[in-house]
Design a binder for this molecule. Structure first.
Ligand code: HEC
Length: 136
């Protein structure tokens, strides 16, 4: 039940993020006179940088919980034991270490690699959020 609730929160966060993205993409009404290049492809809007908290909720919370304390979970029938990433030991680790953990994951222990899913900036934002979970 707890897991279901977490999944629901994650889903809601995903919808929320999607909704925000859509709002940002809504074309702005243009009252100025038509320009010659009106039909030229307009550059895609700069993707909104989702907050570290949202990115954490979407990518990490299912395993490390909203608090970062982790604990045993069963995902896709597999029982795994995500680490507490808020311990004093983790707090002391440099950001670069976290970048490595996130990019490479721990595939043998159930944590996927994120290097193809998250940009360097997104990883940075997530680490910033983890620092707040660590209380620093
Ligand atoms: C599917 C579950 C899962 C997801 C999703 C996941 N992790 Fe993990 N994570 C784990 C597991 C399991 C371990 C423990 C690996 C081990 O014991 O070697 C771990 C370990 C870690 C560690 C190392 C902790 C240590 O003690 O060295 C960090 C940091 C970490 N995860 C951060 C993240 C972040 C940030 C995200 C999101 C971008 C994330 N994880 C997503 C399961 C997950």
């Amino acid at each position: 039940m707890k897991y279901l609730k977490l999944a629901l929160i994650a889903a809601t966060a995903a919808i929320f993020i999607a909704a925000c993205g859509q709002a940002a993409n809504t074309p702005v009404v243009n009252n100025t006179a038509p320009k010659a290049n009106q039909n030229a492809a307009t550059p895609a809007p700069v993707a909104e940088v989702a907050s570290g908290q949202e990115l954490y909720a979407k990518n990490c919370m299912i395993c490390h919980k909203d608090t970062g304390k982790g604990g045993k979970v069963t995902i896709e029938g597999k029982s795994i034991d995500p680490d507490d990433i808020t311990t004093a030991k983790m707090k002391e680790k440099a950001d670069e270490k976290f970048v490595g953990y996130i990019n490479d994951g721990f595939p043998d222990d159930g944590m996927p690699a994120f290097k193809d899913k998250l940009t360097a900036d997104q990883v940075k934002a997530i680490i910033k959020h983890i620092r707040t979970l660590q209380g620093s």
